[in-house]
Design a protein. Structure first.
Length: 238
């Protein structure tokens, strides 16, 4: 991989840009200001044993998720909410194995609207991508990605995002897009799937979750829903 440093992006740019695209009309709510506070989360338990990722890959995933959605004044971050657990679980589903797409050649460059086009499954994308970025870090810094300073980690993630850190087997942007997509999905998912353990992201954007009835708020645009979200398993964040 080759590297070209770029300025560190705002710490929550990744999440804010994604949240701005989420349609919430059906939920009868609009995106709230990012000032919601949530109770501290248990995060990823020390005794959790990943089903797919090995020890080095798991350390990378924890560090990268913590930089993409950090814990700050806006609330808990990705690791605090269990997002790495969500990603690990997804790798053991048909999604992780590429079972949702037609995975046969030819593989040619195509516009995004045509759907998933890579010859690599998500599992393979992570395995190759993490191996390549750690090898690059060892060559440049004599450290693994997880052992770098936060600013250095953010610079490397920015280089991946902008296509400035590639390998023969995997474009850096493809790896970054996979990581960012799954991190955002886990942060916004129902806790049943591993992430969003305190429903902090739902509370932040005003999403009521699996409440049985909130149709009386559908026609009240730009008015925050007054009750906290409820998960499928009845977990609540008041």
């Amino acid at each position: 991989m080759s590297q070209q440093h770029t300025p560190t992006p705002p710490r929550r740019n990744f999440l804010k840009k994604t949240l701005a695209l989420i349609p919430l009309a059906a939920a009868g709510s609009s995106i709230l200001a990012l000032d919601a506070k949530a109770a501290p989360a248990a995060g990823v338990a020390d005794h959790y044993v990943p089903a797919y990722f090995n020890a080095d890959e798991w350390r990378f995933l924890l560090a990268a998720c913590a930089r993409l959605i950090p814990t700050d004044d806006n609330g808990p971050g990705a690791v605090d909410q269990g997002v790495p657990v969500f990603i690990d679980r997804q790798m053991e589903t048909p999604y992780g194995h590429g079972g949702l797409w037609y995975m046969h050649p030819p593989f040619v460059p195509s516009p995004p609207q045509l759907g998933y086009q890579s010859k690599l499954t998500p599992r393979e994308t992570y395995r190759i991508g993490i191996q390549e970025i750690n090898a690059h870090c060892q060559q440049q810094f004599q450290k693994a990605f997880a052992d770098l300073e936060h600013a250095e980690q953010e610079q490397l993630l920015a280089a991946l995002e902008h296509g400035q850190l590639d390998s023969e087997d995997l474009p850096g942007k493809a790896f970054f897009d996979q990581l960012l997509t799954n991190t955002t999905e886990g942060y916004l998912a129902d806790p049943l799937h591993g992430g969003n353990q305190t429903l902090a992201s739902w509370k932040m954007i005003g999403f009521p979750g699996a409440r049985a009835d909130y149709t009386d708020w559908v026609n009240r645009p730009n008015q925050p829903y007054p009750l906290g979200p409820v998960s499928i398993s009845s977990k609540r964040n008041a």
